[in-house]
Design a protein around this ligand. Sequence first.
Ligand code: 3HC
Length: 292
Amino acid sequence: MAEMKTIGVVGGGQMGSGIAQLGVVHGFQVWLLDQDPQALARSADYIAASIRRLVSKRALSQAGGDDALRSLHCTSSLEELRSSDFVIEAIVESEDVKKQLFRDLDKIVKPSAVLASNTSSISITRLASATTRPHQVVGMHFMNPPPVMKLVEIIRGADTSDETFTITKTLAQRFGKTVVCSQDYSGFIINRILMPMINEAFHTLYTGVATKEDIDAGMKLGTNQPMGPLELADFIGLDVCLSIMRVLQAGLGDSKYAPCPLLVQYVDAGRLGRKRGIGVYDYRKVPELVKP
Ligand code: 3HC
């Protein structure tokens, strides 16, 4: 296995930024790509602020922080990823868009490079089929927020080789993560179990069994989770939760995965969670009363 030095990260959203941060903090050169220059600038600012926070908390030395910042290279050109040993994509959850990206990357990056997807539920086998190197395509599913969460779920497509799996596992471990391995079936491990729980929390609310506050407090304190399921759904994004439920329903063919009508209605109404300021909960600031 050749030494890995350079990582490409495609997508400057929350997941891509977190993954790029992990890369530079753990000694890699990282090329972070986003087609939107504004998104790229936001991502670079976010990573710089996170690294400064790590330095101020003494989780990273000043020299380590400076090195990490110097190792981050931002670009809007796919060509810049050609020297990458490993590329992780964290772009929009659309199979067509991801397949096109994999097709393009396959032509640009060196033959030895691994192509990984941070997809939450799209088939790795189908993404791999868009490339000429299906044995070097793998799922590398980070949890949100990537710098904090301890897990990486590795998904083996039908053709993923043992070597690709080992390279991916080694990289995740260098990021300080614990790895679990899933075969390539809808939802893999985490979302196959997590999303039905979130969906059931919506049913519990929808059928009037309890208030949102009691559902969340019950699960948070009663099962020792950092967030209740409805709060977590807002954190993940209700549109993401809905789309994963639909993938489970289509891929596993069981009506138990049908999305709760309340979840569907919230998404229809644009109540997508924290990112929109409103989901199950309302995060918008209530304007202060004007004092007389
Ligand atoms: N980047 C870096 N560090 C971060 C961060 C980020 N984005 N967000 C939080 N942190 C750090 C903080 O600096 C803080 O560090 P410190 O303790 O050393 O000071 C620590 O994390 C805790 O943060 P906060 O004090 O701000 O907030 P909380 O204690 O409430 O923790 C949380 C926030 C880590 C998000 C916690 O609520 C949590 O673990 N929630 C559950 C998250 C979860 O389940 N994620 C998985 C979702 S499923 C998924 O991602 C799969 C997908 O496919 C859907």
